[in-house]
Design a protein around this ligand. Structure first.
Ligand SMILES: Cc1cc2nc3c(=O)[nH]c(=O)nc-3n(C[C@H](O)[C@H](O)[C@H](O)COP(=O)(O)O)c2cc1C
Length: 263
């Protein structure tokens, strides 16, 4: 069973690929979280959890969800992270978590996908994003092959100072930086409500025709990246950084089959 969480679609893309190639069931943790569904999963086949990397770890909400959830049936669990480039010591924490759950840790692998960290600088344009997705495919295929054979996954990226980054810096990130405090909405907003629909934790409501942000933000940046008018910003820093949303796997596959890799 593939369980995925996503902000801007990269982790869903990887999960859709794995679900297709492994002919396995796929569950959206966004849906589970948003609609407060039971944290009870049942699979005869190994569990595969796919999520973005936030500050060199799995998102805190996903670590907590795994800790709370009941996994019935198969006792093996794989982890796949999607990231811009670095996963730090993420694997170590996931191994510990698997042990707590009395499940067999089948390894972790990070897949470098386009960056969605809109506060950090300019995001890739469509052409750059497609090129990065294309270069990730052999690794996603290799992950799928390993899972199919019941082999362990291994981390492929290298992160200097990973113990500090995934440890102290990650804790500080979750404690002090994860917030929607400086989010603001420009007059370009058309009140379409996409930010409300896509927020995995129901942190956005529309008030007087504009989104209003609560205090549960995860900083997945789904609302900012998916806003069709680029109307949501963090202070003024994000105004010129562009936006990124991953193509749906089926759309990408179709365009690839037509020999059109760049749009
Ligand atoms: C809050 C936040 C923190 C991030 N931290 C990292 C990181 O530590 N290392 C990295 O390589 N990429 C980092 N990224 C980039 C994302 O992990 C990457 O773009 C991911 O594939 C997004 O997945 P999604 O589209 O499924 O949400 C971060 C992105 C966000 C929004």
């Amino acid at each position: 069973m593939i369980l995925y969480f996503t902000g801007t679609g990269n982790s869903k893309f990887v999960s859709d690929y794995l679900a297709e190639s492994l002919n396995d069931e796929i569950i959206s943790l966004n849906d589970v979280i948003k609609n407060k569904k039971k944290l009870k999963f049942n699979s005869e086949r190994p569990y595969v959890v796919v999520a973005p990397i936030y500050a060199w770890r799995f998102p805190l909400i996903i670590e907590k969800l795994i800790r709370k959830a009941e996994f019935i049936g198969n006792k093996s669990i794989y982890f796949v992270g999607t990231m811009e480039s670095q996963t730090g010591n993420c694997a170590k924490y996931l191994q510990k978590l698997s042990e707590e759950k009395k499940m067999k840790f089948m390894g972790f692998s990070g897949v470098a996908m386009p960056n969605n960290y809109v506060i950090g600088g300019k995001l890739p344009d469509k052409k750059e994003a497609y090129a990065k997705i294309k270069s990730a495919i052999p690794q996603i295929r290799s992950i799928s092959d390993k899972i199919a054979l019941g082999e362990k996954l291994h981390k492929t990226d290298k992160t200097p100072f990973s113990a500090i980054l995934s440890g102290m810096i990650n804790s500080m990130f979750n404690k002090y930086m994860v917030s929607s405090k400086n989010f603001n909405v420009s007059d370009k907003c058309i009140s379409c409500g996409k930010c409300v629909d896509f927020c995995p934790v129901n942190n956005v409501i529309i008030k007087d025709g504009k989104p209003l942000f609560g205090e549960k933000c995860l900083n997945c940046y789904s609302c900012i990246n998916r806003c069709p008018e680029e109307a949501i910003n963090i202070g003024t820093k994000t105004q010129k950084n562009g936006r990124y949303v991953c193509p749906e796997y089926n759309v990408w596959k179709e365009s690839k089959n037509k020999g059109n890799d760049s749009n």
